[in-house]
Design a protein around this ligand. Structure first.
Ligand code: FAD
Length: 445
């Protein structure tokens, strides 16, 4: 489709087909300012339905009693949780109201407008651990973990991958053996983002080696300060050590910290993984229209000397912009259509598209910068306390390096394609010889 036609469709009354292409971005800005395009706000069709009314009433009461500008962020988030406005699609008492997930955007928009701080980027894993615990945890687990997770008092990390189990995560070997009311855990995890600042880890273990690999796994909340937990930094291409390897030696985990039934760890893990793909791919709506990697590319273009701006490169930039818009609108539609809280395999579309586009866009930016791209970057060793998956908050050179990981973390692009082929399109599955026999008889290195 020609870019001009796309723009005419998006902008409604603005026809840019005969407009000089150099005016395009200026016109986009005008459209944004006049709200003439599809916006990031919730659609008007939902503004009057009873569920939206319930959310707005709860928000009115919350904001009348608690001014986020005047109070401590933890206290405000606690009040928000108690009002059922943490995750509105969770059950009452679990920080929710049992409503459809799309309405979380109404809450986000209104608390932001009232002056609430944005969610701390170091709390990224709340988007994974929260839904997993809400879906699979028993009442005491939900009561213990959800509130302090939401307030930010307890931060989480993900302890899934192992040296021999990444894409084939269900093949993991970290052992947990029952000992009365506790489990004794031994094994190694790897690539564990922010494990060095986490209070708890989403830990998946092998509890029955004789069962087929998907059946013998059990999921726990691991206290990262328990005896026997050792966190070691792993340095990345960015220079920093955002992730770690985690060694577990005779770590005692109370059975009360089990998430889901014994042997049901695979099911609980799928909830984590689906939510991870959604969180990385922007299932909640993704980057705003004039945000993210596409916007970075436009800014590099705008700052370039006119003599270096040729039509072919501009065409490529337009192509990227349209792809970013298609991704954003697809995510928005998916999040509006979602009836239940947990995303399905179709979120692999968002994850795949986002990862590949981000990598291509920052590569494009580096090419536009030319030799300048090679200078002005600090590779010194750092231990970050936040997570910037998109890289956009830390400059172009960082973003270029950081987004290389997008097509690996949360499941590689090859695995996303497998999921889409098999679970969304219904194509024949890959031959799998290790699915039905006992895990301890599967050949491994
Ligand atoms: C920045 C970053 C942060 C991460 N954070 C975490 C974290 O917090 N917690 C955590 O547990 N893990 C984390 N990971 C690990 C991540 O989930 C794994 O790296 C990923 O699942 C791939 O596993 P692997 O590295 O073992 O590669 P492998 O599984 O060994 O894959 C190697 C290559 O083979 C391909 N491949 C493998 N199987 C297939 C197949 N069936 N079909 C087609 N191709 C295939 C892969 O696509 C890949 O290209 C992180 C990774 C990165 C890069």
């Amino acid at each position: 489709m020609a870019p001009g036609n796309v723009d005419a469709r998006l902008a409604g009354t603005v026809n840019v087909t005969n407009v000089e292409r150099s005016d395009f971005f200026a016109r986009m800005a005008v459209c944004d300012n006049q709200n003439m395009t599809v916006t990031d706000t919730a659609p008007s069709s939902i503004s009057t339905d009873p569920e939206t009314q319930l959310v707005n009433d709860a928000l009115d009461a919350l904001l009348a009693a608690h001014d986020p500008k005047q109070m401590d962020d933890v206290a405000f988030r606690g009040a928000r949780f108690d009002a059922g406005l943490a995750w509105v699609h969770f059950a009452k008492g679990d920080g929710g109201m049992g409503l459809r997930p799309e309405l979380n955007r109404v809450v986000d928009r209104r608390v932001k407008a009232a002056g609430a701080k944005p969610t701390d980027p170091s709390s990224f894993f709340m988007a994974l651990a929260g839904p997993t615990i809400a879906t699979h945890g028993d009442d005491s687990v939900k009561e213990r973990f959800l509130r302090p997770m939401f307030t930010g008092e307890e931060r989480w990390c993900q302890l899934f991958s192992e040296p021999g189990a990444g894409s084939d995560f269900a093949g993991l070997g970290c052992r947990a053996e029952r000992d009365g009311d506790e489990w004794i855990v031994n094994g190694q995890k790897v690539w564990n983002t922010l494990a060095h600042i986490a209070d708890f880890g989403m830990l998946v273990t092998r509890t029955d080696p004789e069962a087929p690999k998907h059946k013998g796994m059990t999921y726990f909340a691991l206290d990262m300060r328990a005896e026997g937990v050792e966190v070691r930094p792993l340095r990345q291409i960015t220079g920093e050590a955002e992730f770690n390897e985690v060694y577990l030696t005779d770590v005692r985990v109370p059975d009360a910290c089990r998430v889901g039934a014994v042997g049901e760890g695979w099911r609980a893990s799928l909830t984590t993984l689906m939510n991870e793909r959604s969180a990385i791919g922007g299932g909640g709506g993704g980057a705003p229209r004039r945000g993210g990697a596409a916007n970075d590319a436009v800014q590099v273009w705008e700052a370039m000397d006119e003599s270096r701006k040729d039509a072919a490169t501009k065409d490529r930039l337009m192509h990227f912009w349209v792809q970013a818009e298609v991704g954003r609108l697809t995510n928005m539609r998916a999040s509006q259509n979602a009836r239940s809280g947990n995303p399905g395999p179709e979120m692999s579309i968002a994850k795949l598209a986002y990862s590949e586009l981000n990598k291509a866009l920052y590569e494009f930016c580096m090419n536009l910068l030319g030799a300048d791209a090679l200078i002005g970057y600090d590779y010194s060793f750092r231990r970050p306390e936040d997570l910037d998956v998109s890289g956009t908050a830390h400059g172009l050179r960082y973003a270029f390096l950081r987004v290389r990981a997008n097509s690996i973390e949360g499941g590689t692009s090859e695995i996303m394609r497998n999921i889409l082929g098999e679970q969304v399109l219904g194509l024949p599955g890959e031959p799998r010889v290790d699915k039905s026999g006992p895990w301890n008889e599967v050949p491994r290195n």
